[in-house]
Design a protein around this ligand. Structure first.
Ligand SMILES: Cc1cc2nc3c(=O)[nH]c(=O)nc-3n(C[C@H](O)[C@H](O)[C@H](O)COP(=O)(O)OP(=O)(O)OC[C@H]3O[C@@H](n4cnc5c(N)ncnc54)[C@H](O)[C@@H]3O)c2cc1C
Length: 288
């Protein structure tokens, strides 16, 4: 099926393929070798890749851009997903797609995908990890789209480090799949199926109720408005230093990621025009 014209993001100045943006990422083919439904809310895609430097894929919480549609004469339509796990010996990645009801590029790709399907991806982009040296421990806040990132972070949890985890999802089984890790207290913020994702404010309420956040390391990912509210609470109301608040908005309720990507590119173009680079951009400051 051809993508609607407005899903592709035009990169007029060809900035996205330049070194500042690419870093050590590369564009790779991925072959789908398995598709599974481990829990009701998730389709798990296992893909085989042949990276130039497999060691770059060992780090937890890596993200990739999957080229889910390739409209003729336009840039591919891409969507960002987390590498839930990487099996270096077999060169396999697991990527969990949270299934949602919209007719969207990622959901259309998922519908078409079968064992043997080929797709291109760009990555791996390292995303935030918590700092285990924080005296007050680590507080993690995630909605269902960030469960794969939490899975990767818990898989490399530092012994002796303590934390508290809050996960909002309507799927108890998705939460239960997370590994139990010594020192991490887990809380499920179960959403009623009648409530839409990104509508309950449960994560924001949990953040506001966190006892003694001073000295804590905050890690959060999920719907952009929720994450923006969490960032504002900890940095503005509680005065935590910015480097103690590592947060990222993964999706925006009611908005296509193509729209957010267009705004990201505009911000990046402005920063580059002023002599800066990717490190000087702040994703949550984009008004998406
Ligand atoms: C760093 C990073 C890592 C991510 N990792 C993952 C991951 O591992 N797994 C994962 O599932 N997602 C992940 N996401 C989020 C994912 O990229 C978005 O959900 C994306 O919008 C999906 O694309 P789409 O084509 O389905 O929908 P879009 O075309 O972007 O949006 C279409 C409509 O669907 C809505 N929508 C999008 N996602 C959801 C959702 N989850 N629930 C309800 N409504 C939604 C939008 O609000 C919009 O109204 C990650 C995002 C980032 C930035």
């Amino acid at each position: 099926m051809a993508a609607p014209r407005n899903e592709s993001v035009e990169d007029r100045n060809n900035l996205l393929s330049q070194e500042d943006h690419m870093g050590s990422m590369e564009r790779l083919a991925m072959e789908v070798v398995a598709l599974a439904r481990p829990v009701p809310s998730v389709v798990r895609v296992t893909g085989r890749i042949a990276p130039t430097d497999p060691t770059a894929w060992r780090r937890p919480n890596l993200a990739v851009r999957l080229e889910v549609e390739t409209p003729e004469g336009q840039r591919p339509v891409s969507r960002v997903y987390t590498i839930r796990s990487f099996d270096e010996g077999r060169s396999l990645v697991d990527i969990d797609f949270v299934v949602h009801a919209d007719d969207s590029p990622a959901m259309r790709w998922l519908e078409r995908a079968t064992v043997g399907s080929a797709i291109h991806l760009v990555g791996p982009r390292p995303h935030y990890l918590p700092d285990h040296t924080a005296e007050g421990g680590i507080a993690l806040f995630a909605d269902e789209t960030a469960i794969p990132a939490i899975h990767a972070i818990l898989g490399t949890w530092q012994e002796g480090s303590h934390g508290v985890l809050y996960v909002e999802t309507a799927d108890r089984a998705a939460f239960d799949e997370l590994p139990e890790v010594e020192g991490v207290e887990r809380h499920l913020l179960l959403r009623d199926p009648s409530e839409g994702a990104g509508t309950t404010g449960k994560l924001v309420a949990a953040a506001r109720a966190l006892p003694n956040p001073e000295g804590c390391m905050i890690w959060a990912a999920g719907e952009r408005q929720d994450i923006r509210a969490i960032r504002a609470y900890f940095t503005e109301e509680r005065g935590l230093p910015k480097d103690r608040v590592r947060v990222f908005g993964y999706w925006r309720k009611g908005m296509s990621s193509s729209e957010i990507d267009r705004m990201r590119l505009q911000q990046y173009e402005a920063v580059r025009a002023g002599g800066g680079g990717l490190a000087q951009t702040e994703d949550l400051d984009i008004l998406a």
